[in-house]
Design a protein. Sequence first.
Lengths: 302, 719
Amino acid sequence: MPSAKRDKPKSFQDLILTLHDYWSAQGCVILQPHDVEVGAGTLHPATVLRALGPKPWNAAYVQPSRRPGDGRYGENPNRLQHYYQYQVILKPNPPNMQDLYLGSLEAIGLDLRTHDIRFVEDDWENPTVGAWGLGWEVWCDGMEVSQYTYFQQVGGLDVSPVAGELTYGLERLAMYVFGVDNVYDLPFNDPDAPLGHLTYGDVFLENERQQSEANFHGYDVAVLKGQFEDMERQVPLMLARSYQGKSLVLPAYDMVLKASHLFNLMNARGAIAVAERASYIGRIRDLCKMCASAWVEQQEAA
Amino acid sequence: MPQLLLELFSEEIPARMQAGAARDLERMAREHLAAAGFLPEALKTFAGPRRLTLVVEGLPVAQADRKEELKGPRVGAPPQALEGFLRKAGLKEDQLVERDGVWMAFIDKTGRPTTEIIAEMVEAIIRGFPWPKSMTWGTSKLRWVRPLKRILCVFDREVVPFAVEGIEAGDVTEGHRFMRVGYGWGGQPLKARDFDEYAKGLAEHFVVLDVEERKSRILEGCKTLCFARNLELVEDLGLLEEVAGLAEWPTPVLGDMDPAFLDLPGEVIRTSMRTHQKYFAVRDPATGGLAPHFITIANVQSADGGAVIAQGNAKVLSSRLSDARFFWDEDVKVGFEPWLDKLNGVTFHAKLGTMAQRVERIIALAGEIAPLVGADPEKAKEAARLAKADLASQMVGEFPELQGLMGGYYARAAGMDPEIADAIRDHYKPQGPSDAVPTAPLSVVVALADKLDTLVGFFAIGEKPTGSKDPYALRRAALGVVRILLEKGVRFDRKVEDASGGVWFESFDLLTGRTLARLKGKPSEDGKAFPEEVADRAALLAGGAQLGLGAFINDRLKVILKEQGFRHDIIDAVLGDWGGAELSVNVARVEALDGFLKTDDGKNLLAGYKRASNILKAEEKKGWKGEGERVLLDDASAPEVQLHDALRLVEPALKTALEAEDFTAAMRELAGLRGPVDAFLDGVFVNSDVPAERDNRLKTLAAVRDAMGRVADFSLIGG
C-alpha cells in the first residue's frame, strides 16, 4: 500500500493538502478549481470533457460547489449552499483504483481495521450533462464519505477507455475525521498555528448568510431568465467559431456551466414550475451534448 | 471422480443481485455441461460481496467417445449434393452406408478433454452472464457487474489453462478486503486446488462463503448482543438478506441512539434505520416498544470490539433522525389542506389525470360504498378526501413506504376523528398475502374505494396485467378487494336508499360502470352528481360489465379457493367465467358442492347427471327440442312416476333454498333425486318407439339437468 508522507491532518486545509500530496504521489496533476460556478466537482471541464476521448488523464482538484437551494443561512450544522468537493479522475482507471482510494483514506488518518468501510451499490447519473456510471457510495461507519464511479457515458457518448471518478465531500469527511458535530466548528487551519487559528465558520459563516438570502430572495428572476437565454444562444455561436481549425468548445462549455448555475438559481427562487423543470434540464443537456461531441472530434483528430 | 472449482472474483457486487447471480451461474453451468454430455454428481454455486463460486463434483476427465450419425442425400441424388455432403462429413464415397435409400455417414468422434470444455464454458459464461446492469472498465472490452479481477479455475486439482480478455485463470484468490492474518490491512492472496482447500482458506482469511452461513452468523450475533442487554431483535428478513450481501465477515455491533428520538413514531425510526442505514432495530421486551439502540452489521471485527464503529454509526443515525424530526415538525405545521392543494400538481397517470382528480373519484366511490358496509357516507367521504394527502408531506416524500401510516399519525396529531385517522392509516391494506384486511367499517370503505378506482382506471385504459407483468400491482389490488369482501362479508347486491329517498339495487357492475363514467367525465357535467334514471343505469351497468373487471376478480377468488384446497373443477362449476360479485355466496356454494360430492348421494347423482346429459346431448344433436310441458303419462312405469313426483317436490324446495342462499339445503334437496334418477336410468328405456313416451322421458331427464344446473354447472365436474 502507498504510505502517507504526512502526519495525520489537524485541520480542514491540512486534509486537503494531505489528499493533494497523496494523489500527486500517484501521478495526478493537481489542478486548481475551475473559475465558473458549478453544482459539483464533476462538472469541471477536467472531468466532463477530459473523461471523453482516447487520451490518458489523471487529475485531482478541489472544486467549490454551489447548490443554491441547500442554503440554510448558516443555521444548519450540515447543510451549505457553498461547499468543497475533492475530485479525482483517473483515465483509464488503474486496476488497483479501489486500493489507491483506500490508501487515501488511510493517509487522512482512518485506520482501516478499526473503521467499517463499505462499498454500497450506487449508480450515479447526472441528466444535465447526459452522464452515468456504475459504482458505489463508500461508507465509513455508516456515513457516506465518497462517491466512487466508473463513467460509462458522458454527454451521451460512451467513455472509452473508462474513467474512474472519486468524489469526497470534504466538509463531511473532515467533520468525521475531526469528530466535529457542526461544520462551522471545523478547524480551518491548525489550532496550534503560531499566527492564529480560524474555524470554518470564521471563514464562511457570513458568506452562507448573505448568499442564502440572495439565493432565496435576492436575485431578479427576469434577469436570471434573460441571462440563461443569453448563454443558451452563445453556445452554438461559440461552437460555430473556430481557431486553428478547432471550434471553441472550451469557452462554449463554460457557457453551458453558466446556464446550469443560472437554472439552479432560478430553481432556488422557486421560479421553475414542476412541468418546466424537465424541459430546462433537457435544454442544458442538449447544449452539453453539442460540446461533448465537438470535444471528442477534436481529441480523436489530434 | 474429479472436481471442478471456479471462482469469479470482482469488486463489490450489489447485494440485491447476488442471489440471482448464483442461480444464473448454476443454470448456465448445468446447460453447458449437459450440452457436452456430462451429468455431474453434484453442482453448487455461492455468491457473496466479491465472488461467485461454482463447484461441480464427479466430472470425467474426458468426454466419452461417440459415434455421430449424419443423414445425407438420397441415393441417386445429383452428384453436387453428394460431394457437398462428403465435404461436410470429411469422408470418401466408399465410407458412406446406404440406409432406406439415403446415404448415411457414421463418424467416430473422440471425446475431448474436460479441461477444454471447461475453458470454453467459463469464457461463454463470463461473456454471456445476464447481469441486470453491467459495465466496462479501464481499457478492457469485457463486461461484468463491476471490474472482474481474478479467475480461479481448477479441475482435478490442476489449473485449467485459459485466459479471458487478459485475465488468466489460476489457483489463487483473495481473502477479506481489510482483515488479514498478521499486521496491516488488505486482501491476502491464497491458493486453492480444490473446494476443501478453498473453503478452509477463505474461512482462515475472514470470508464466510455461504450466504446462509452469513445470515445465521448475523442472526446469532444479533441475538447474543440483545441477550446481554436484555433486548429483543426486531427481525427483518429483507434486511437480513441485504446485509448478508454487504459483508464477507459480517459482525453485528450494537450502538446507542439518543432516547429523545423515541417520541417519533416507531415506524419512522425503523424505516430510517432500515432504508438509510441498513440497521436492525431492537425492542425493549418489558414495554414491547423500540429501545434506544440499534445493531449495524459491520464487515470487520475490530480490535476495540467495534467501539469506534458503534460511535460513528450512532452519530450518523442521530443526524438522520434529526432530519426525520424536522420533517415531522414541518409536516405538522403545514397540514392536510395545503397538501391536498399540492395533489393538483401531481400526475397519477398520464391517462388517468392528477392525484387530486383521483381523490375526487375515491370520494364519490366511498359515498356509494358506505351504505353497503354500514358506514356513515359523509364520514366515509371525508376520510377518502384526506386519505391521499400525506403523499405531499415531507416524511412520505422521504419514506414512500410510510404512506397512509403518516397520514394516520398526522390526522391524530391534528385532532381529527380517530375513525377517520384509522381509515387514512389502513386504506392501503392488505398490502400482501400476510397483511391483515382493514376491520373498521370506515377503513373498509376507503380501502375498497381506493382499490376499485385503481382497478377500473387501469382496466379502462387497457393496462391489464399480462403474464408476469403487472406494473400497477392490479392483481394485488383485486386480491385485496376479494379478501375484504369475503372477510368482512360485504355485498354489492343490496337495496340502497340514497339521500333523496330514491331506491335502487346496487351491483358490482353498476358500481364499476359509474366509476368508469366519472373517469370519462360523464355522464354529468360537473362530475359530481350521477343520474339515477333506469335507462342510464342500464348503460352504466353495460359499461361496467364490459370492462372485464368482474372476470379478473373472479379469477383472484379462484386462486384463493384453490389455495384453500378446493378442486379446480368444482370451483369452475360454481364460478364459471364470472360468478357475479357476491363472493361470499359463491364461496358458500363451492363449500356445499364440495361437501355434497364427497357423499355417496353426490357421487351417484353426478354419475346420473352425466348419463342423463349424454343422452340429452345425443338427442339434441338429432334435433330434439323438448317443446311443451312435461306430463305424467297414464301408463308410466313406476320409476317414471317416482322421478316425476320427486322432481315435483324438489323443484320448489330447491328454489326456496337457493333464494335463501342455503346451499347445504339445496344439496340436500338434490340428494333426494339420487334414488329416483338411478332407478329411472336403470329401469326406463328412454328411446321408446312411442314418440310421446320418448319425448316425455327426455323432458324428465332435461328437468333433472335443469334443476341441478341451477346449483352448479355439473358438466364441468370430472368423474
